[in-house]
Every structure is written in structure tokens, then in C-alpha cells.
Ligand binder design. Structure first.
Ligand SMILES: Nc1ncnc2c1ncn2[C@@H]1O[C@H](COP(=O)(O)OP(=O)(O)OP(=O)(O)O)[C@@H](O)[C@H]1O
Ligand SMILES: Nc1nc2c(ncn2[C@@H]2O[C@H](COP(=O)(O)OP(=O)(O)O)[C@@H](O)[C@H]2O)c(=O)[nH]1
Length: 226
């Protein structure tokens, strides 16, 4: 079996983690594991962890580490035969240490985007709440204004994407993320990308992954998942 590849993508809200993860998944055949999507699935299915997490999310708070690790680590452990990219987890040092004890990461992608750019993007971010699909009224608008492309249902804007809540949220992110970034830098697996445009960052990420991912991985993984 070819070597499996494990990566994490880090970045503040609006930095393009979801957008880039989708590109990585489709170009390299990796599984995209998003903590936000997984939480939403658990909330919809009313699992024990989902019920616990819901109040925190509604209040704009982070879900406690023990709930997150209990939710995410089994999901990661299930993926023994797949290469994956984790998006949204780990978010705290405690989560990063818990992940360390279950697997060895090959690389960590860290997105470093100017604050003004983040504010501008999130102001225009609209989501389809049931699926977590994300649109941007300028960068990737839906086909019909205000409606999800797949279900045709209305799009909404997150309360905490509105300008008043944003600055506090971004500051909080910075405080929590710093020790996580430091940990991965010390391990020598951190790759930082700075720009205002996803389309300018993407070629660098793509060429980095091309050097790290075994060439037959995409095809092999696609063949086993179809
Ligand atoms: N690793 C995590 N640790 C704690 N809480 C988390 C974690 N991942 C997700 N959450 C919770 O789930 C919510 C939704 O997560 P999701 O990543 O979809 O959106 P977000 O926090 O708005 O981030 P972004 O704007 O970067 O997409 C978060 O606001 C947070 O409450
Ligand atoms: N204008 C612009 N918007 C972008 C760019 N990259 C991503 N977006 C949009 O910015 C918002 C945040 O991106 P997302 O991938 O959700 O970031 P995440 O919060 O880190 O997962 C979404 O509405 C994206 O469609 C970009 O280069 N330019």
C-alpha cells in the first residue's frame, strides 16, 4: 500500500480553509474532514456530543476540548486506510496534543491573511445552514441570488460574521491559535502562506502537496472510494 498522507489546515475565520480544503480534496483525492461540518451532522442527528456542542455553538463559543476530542479522534482513527486533511481541528493546544497522540502529521498548512481582508470576506459570506456550503457574494456567488445551488433553499449570514462580532472573534482566534502554530513550527512541519487572495496562494499549496503526496495516491484513493 502506498504511504498515507495526513495534513492539517489552520487559519482564522475567513482565511479560506474550507475553500482550499475543497480544492485539495478534489485535486489530490484526500478526504476533507471539517470539524464544523461534523459538528453540524452530530447536531442534526442529535447524538450525545451534538446535543452537548449545540449550546456552545449557538452562543458563539468554542466547544470544550474534551467534547471535541471525543468527537474527532474516533473519526480520525477510522480513517486508517485514507489520506486526509483536517480543517477546523485542532483549534487549541490541548486538541493538538490529543491529535499528536493518535497520529503523525506530514504537514500543517497555515493561512496568514490580513485582518482587513478577513473582515471584507466574512461580510460577504453566506452559508446554507443545513449543509455548511459556503458562498461569497463576490468571489463565488450562488447561481441564484440568496439561494443554495444544490437544494434551492435560502442562504443565511452567521450572526458572528457580522462586523460587530468579527474583531473580537478574530482576536480570540489569534490567542488560541498561537501555541498551536508554535507547536507545529517546532516540529518542523509548518508551512505558512500569506496573501490576500486564495487564487494566488493555491498554486503554492498545490505544488507543495505535489512534492509530498505519492503520485499514485489520488488515483488509488479515488478508486477505493467509488
Ligand atoms: N476544533 C474546535 N474546537 C472547538 N470548537 C469548535 C471546533 N471546530 C468547530 N467548533 C465550533 O463549531 C463552530 C462552527 O465551526 P466552523 O469551523 O464551521 O465555523 P467557524 O468557527 O465560524 O470558523 P470559520 O469561520 O473558520 O469557518 C465554531 O464556531 C465553534 O463553536
Ligand atoms: N474575495 C475573496 N473571497 C474569498 C477568497 N477565498 C475565499 N473567499 C470567500 O471568503 C469566505 C471565507 O472562506 P472559507 O473558505 O469559508 O474560510 P474558512 O472560514 O477559513 O473556512 C467565503 O465566503 C469564501 O467564499 C478570495 O481569495 N477572495
Amino acid at each position: 500500500m502506498s504511504k498515507l498522507f495526513r495534513a492539517v489546515i489552520l487559519g482564522p475565520p475567513g482565511s479560506g480553509k474550507g475553500t482550499i480544503s475543497e480544492r485539495v480534496a478534489s485535486s489530490f483525492g484526500l478526504k476533507h474532514l471539517s470539524s464544523g461540518d461534523f459538528l453540524r451532522e452530530n447536531i442534526a442527528a442529535k447524538t450525545e456530543a451534538g446535543v452537548l456542542a449545540e449550546t456552545y455553538i449557538e452562543n458563539g463559543a468554542l466547544v470544550p476540548d474534551h467534547v471535541m476530542t471525543r468527537l474527532m479522534l474516533p473519526r480520525v482513527e477510522e480513517m486508517t486506510r485514507h489520506s486526509w486533511l483536517l480543517d477546523g481541528f485542532p483549534r487549541t493546544l490541548a486538541q493538538a496534543k490529543a491529535l499528536n497522540s493518535t497520529c503523525e502529521l506530514d504537514i500543517v498548512i497555515s493561512l496568514n491573511i490580513p485582518l482587513e481582508t478577513l473582515k471584507e470576506r466574512l461580510r460577504h459570506r453566506w452559508i446554507h445552514p443545513a449543509s455548511g456550503r459556503v458562498y461569497n457574494m463576490c468571489f463565488n456567488p450562488p447561481r441564484v441570488q440568496g439561494m443554495d445551488d444544490i437544494s434551492g433553499e435560502p442562504l443565511i449570514q452567521h450572526e458572528d460574521d457580522k462586523p460587530e462580532a468579527l474583531v473580537a472573534r478574530l482576536r480570540h482566534y489569534k490567542d488560541v491559535a498561537k501555541p498551536v502554530i508554535d507547536l507545529y513550527r517546532a516540529k518542523g512541519i509548518l508551512h505558512m502562506f500569506s496573501d490576500t487572495e486564495t487564487d494566488r496562494i493555491w498554486p503554492y499549496i498545490s505544488s507543495l502537496l505535489s512534492t509530498k503526496i505519492p503520485t499514485d495516491l489520488g488515483d488509488a484513493q479515488r478508486a477505493t472510494t467509488h
